[in-house]
Design a protein around this ligand. Sequence first.
Ligand code: ATP
Length: 370
Amino acid sequence: AGPSPDPDAPITLELEGVTRQYAETTAVDDVSLAVREGEFYTFVGPSGCGKTTTLRLIAGFETPTSGTIRFRGEDVTGVPPEDRDVGVVFQNYALFPHMTVAENVAYGLTFADAPGGVPDDVRVDELLELVDLEGMGEREPDQLSGGQQQRVAIARALAPGPDVLLLDEPMSALDAQLRERLRIQVREIQRELGITTIYVTHDQEEALAVSDRVAVMRDGKPEQVAPPRTIYRRPKTRFVAEFIGDNNVFSGTVTSVDDSSDGLVRVDVGLETFTIDVSNRSVEPGDAVSFCIRPEHLELEESGAGEVMRAPNSANSTTASVASAEFLGETTRVHLEWGTRALVARSRDPPTGEVTLVFDPGDVHVLARP
Ligand code: ATP
């Protein structure tokens, strides 16, 4: 997703110990975070993890049970949404059906002046150009596709020149192709304006594709906050490892530490003992460790006929059987049975039946917490 904003950029938005309780449910649980100016910051997580409530707290539609929300250092915790300098776009476009596109966008200016004293009609034209809907101002919403309607909603939210743009699942009502196109457009608009953007989605692929940083939410709290690559390659926990993309997580006990080779240890995971690279982590025999390996790092070799190609000495190998395969175009996702466990691999040319699985100790990633 390109370069992150300057790490020294000022903090636009800050949550400090923010909790939102509804009767028995803690929707948002003691959340502290800071979003920098110009950043595209995404909350992702399964249904009910508190993404929408967090966004509504930031927008001011909800008040925290405890904690503080600051915009540019100023406490806005009790400030109503219209005084927060935010533009909000929801899942269902909610355009006014009997107003034209231009009138819908101009509505965004009703309670605020266009930035820079630009006349409203000029501002509306600028915004339609920004969202790639030039010349469509006279249409009514029902004459637009879902993706176009959502871009009108974005233009309307941007009309008063807000400091922060908040987007709650803006693509979820669209089909897969439109979603992919719109997310590229949203990212382009965000970059062009350099506007601090907070995005909510349950779609992990979308989160990785558009964001500077991703907060993976679980039970009302971010479990890990990091740039997409880090979230994918260096998940901190089993939950993040399994929620973001396909992954194989193993838990076991260290049986021996190879003193001659930096970072290599043997881990008994039940069915096998594997050699893994724990890098600079210090572990001792008896320690519990969890590690994961991505499907693309599991090599599959057909076992049975003839001699199995010898894996390099340091590589791990084990046998499994192919349960099913999903053809995905460029590769095939292969579901394997390994003892009582399910594993997932990728292959261009998937074998069937019994297979040998080979992986390199260096391709595993050790989780910070099991
Ligand atoms: P989804 O992706 O399904 O929208 P989410 O991650 O956005 O989920 P929230 O909508 O923030 O989750 O809800 C978090 C938790 O708080 C859920 O258990 C939900 O049932 C509860 N909750 C949210 N709003 C309210 C409310 N107004 N009253 C009571 N409980 C609520």
